[in-house]
Ligand binder design. Structure first.
Ligand SMILES: Nc1ncnc2c1ncn2[C@@H]1O[C@H](COP(=O)(O)OP(=O)(O)OP(=O)(O)O)[C@@H](O)[C@H]1O
Ligand SMILES: [Mg+2]
Length: 301
């Protein structure tokens, strides 16, 4: 494992009494000749948010595909509750309490919110062959569960397609919590959202964490990660470039790792070839690391 914080592994021992629910040990994945992921170690603990950061193609999606049962690792170990596992389908992951909220949420836009909440796991009543959907109970439960998470929607009858992207993410989070998830994986839930809506989603990530779930939060955005994260893993070209807990890394350092100081310098040089861009006017790499949007809406605890 390549990590700039070699001491991280030993320093973290104080938190090691709570066993990880999900753990990768020098895991990797090759697609034929393409090595998408290599030597990745990562632990997800109950009530903690593990952030996975990295640029496009860094291997973030590949990593969560392994954990969520879509793909299988080709090297290293994948453990759930300290037991090596190899999932064949996402159903296997769900059975272990690992729920994934994908960015293109699997919802039916024209169906009401409550119906989407129970999609695929509808409540029924009455004996066979006259068993039918228990609509009242589903509506009541969806309403209660959303409220428990602090999500207030005016009308659960409205088609889920009429909700904002942020609200839909929140419904998906509440749904995973209700159906007993122990680990919640979120693949770039804030990528397409504005500042305010991102804040709302971050709030429910924190709510899921407070309910004791282990969260894997995939993001490009170090500011979002730092608002809720307990541990940060930065991937670059399929390997872990930085693995650090909150106390070991500042937002500035995290941003710098994401931006890639040397790559920024190269970009600056390239821009110098483009007419009309005055490189002297561009900020230095360190300046770019200053927080852009310091939202006070969400606090990490
Ligand atoms: N099914 C596949 N077959 C072959 N190569 C793949 C496959 N899926 C991913 N890759 C390669 O693996 C590498 C990592 O891809 P991955 O999708 O995990 O990155 P990512 O960090 O999620 O990127 P993004 O931020 O763009 O979503 C890339 O080089 C990609 O081309
Ligand atoms: Mg991806």
């Amino acid at each position: 494992m390549t990590t700039t914080h070699d001491e991280t592994l030993t320093k973290d021992t104080e938190a090691q009494d709570d066993t990880p629910v999900v753990e990768l040990k020098t895991a990797g994945k090759s697609y034929g000749n393409i090595r998408a992921l290599h030597g990745v170690s990562l632990a997800v603990r109950p009530g903690k948010v593990t952030c996975v950061l990295g640029d496009n193609g860094a291997g973030k999606s590949t990593l969560i595909k392994i954990v969520s049962g879509l793909h299988q690792h080709t090297e290293g170990e994948f453990l759930v509750d300290n037991t090596p596992v190899r999932f064949s389908t996402p159903r296997d992951a769900l059975d272990k309490g690992i729920a994934t909220v994908y960015q293109d949420l699997a919802t039916v836009p024209l169906m009401p919110v409550w119906r989407n909440f129970f999609l695929g796991s509808e409540m029924t009543k009455g004996p066979w062959p006259v068993r039918r959907l228990d609509i009242e109970k589903m509506k009541k439960t969806a309403d209660e569960e959303l409220r428990n998470m602090g999500i207030v929607l005016d009308d659960l009858e409205q088609p889920i397609g009429t909700l904002s992207g942020g609200q839909r993410q929140c419904v998906a989070i509440a749904r995973a919590v209700y159906f007993g998830a122990r680990v919640l994986i979120l693949d770039e839930p804030t990528a397409a959202l504005g500042v305010k809506q991102s804040g709302v989603v971050l709030k429910y990530i924190a709510a899921a964490r407070d309910r004791g779930l282990g969260v894997i939060f995939i993001t490009h955005n170090p500011h979002h990660a730092y608002m809720v994260g307990d541990h940060f893993s930065v991937l670059r070209l399929g390997t872990v470039e930085l693995s650090a807990s909150r106390s070991e890394v500042s937002l500035e350092e995290l941003t710098n790792h994401m931006a890639g100081g040397t790559e920024l310098a190269a970009l600056k040089h390239e821009l110098a070839q483009v007419r009309g861009v005055d490189v002297e006017e561009l900020p230095e790499a360190e300046d770019i690391t200053a927080p852009v949007t310091a939202s006070s809406e969400v606090s990490p605890s």
